[in-house]
Design a protein around this ligand. Structure first.
Ligand code: MEV
Length: 295
């Protein structure tokens, strides 16, 4: 049984969403493919290596199997092969996509009765086990596809080209979430003020996206990036890339947990070339997790 689930970009609201603030998130047309087959023992194969249940190398898939076993009350021993368009630890939701596609494929392969809501709930539990703290927006958008204002789960239309510049630094979500948690513990009033500002910015970005007001998107991304820098999730390389993109007239900010990963821009229809960057061009994806035909 082959399933695929899309990656995502957070357009605004990363980190503050973990503390109940708004976020705008969209699925993108890069997918993770998971092939699940009943077998006698667990074997997980990906670009990270070949393992059995292994919470170090394949934490998300291992937890997905464990939590599914708990739900169905029996041992599951699948062979799982993972292939992905999504670079790992780049803020593009590869962990959520692999988790959602695995849970979906396990449900189908073992002929379990389930709704999409169950897939989302299990994937969210997996994320919590691995990250300790999580908003659940990554598995949500990977399950359902589309563009959303969270936590309202209000779907909206968004079709601009999304440009991603990979910093080629790896940002580990669990570490970044922990860093923000520690900072907030030390300076609760200050960090909560920053989250409130991020909340206002996020709602304004949604308005600007819907009216394709690129000048406002540019200004709001710049403010948003400053807030992300203030909570310590930017890096020297991210700062450099965002400044260069801004100089060329492109809005730019971190997407996802930060600490590396990708810088996000929305194409404002500029003709200026971005030759000096390795740009990944994506578009919003309306479809979430789905079964694929094995070729
Ligand atoms: C990670 O893609 C987004 C964070 O806001 C964490 C989360 O929402 O769980 C950093």
């Amino acid at each position: 049984m082959l399933a695929s689930a899309p990656g995502k970009v957070i357009i605004s609201g990363e980190h503050s969403v973990v503390y109940g603030k708004h976020a705008i998130v969209t699925a993108i047309n890069l997918r993770c493919y998971v092939n699940v087959r009943k077998a006698n023992r667990v074997k997980i194969t990906s670009e990270l290596g070949e393992t059995g249940i292994d919470f170090e190398v394949h934490p998300y898939v291992s937890w997905a199997i464990k939590l599914m076993e708990k739900r169905v009350g029996k041992n599951l021993t699948p062979e799982i092969i993972i292939k992905s368009d999504l670079p790992v630890a780049s803020g593009l939701g590869s962990s959520a996509a692999v988790t959602v596609a695995t849970v979906y494929a396990l449900c189908k392969e073992y002929e379990l009765e389930f709704e999409l809501e169950d897939v989302y709930e299990i994937a969210k539990e997996v994320e919590l086990e691995v990250q300790g703290k999580a908003s659940g927006i990554d598995p949500f958008v990977s399950t359902y596809g589309g563009s959303w204002l969270m936590p309202e789960k209000e779907r909206f239309n968004f079709d601009s080209e999304i440009l991603l510049v990979d910093t080629e630094e790896k940002g580990v979500t669990a570490e970044m979430v922990r860093r923000v948690y520690d900072l907030r513990k030390k300076y609760p009033e200050l960090v909560d003020e920053i989250f409130d500002v991020m909340d206002i910015i996020t709602l304004k970005i949604k308005e600007a996206l819907e009216s394709k007001d690129y000048e406002s998107i540019f200004e709001l991304f710049r403010m948003n990036q400053s807030m992300l820098k203030a909570i310590g999730v930017s890096t020297e390389k991210i700062d450099k890339i965002t400044s260069k993109l801004e100089r060329l007239g492109y809005p730019a900010k971190i997407t996802g947990a930060g600490g590396g990963g990708c810088v996000l821009s929305i194409n404002p229809g500029k003709s200026k070339k971005l030759e000096e960057f390795k740009v990944i061009s994506t578009i919003p994806e309306t479809e979430g997790v789905r079964e694929e035909v094995v070729q």
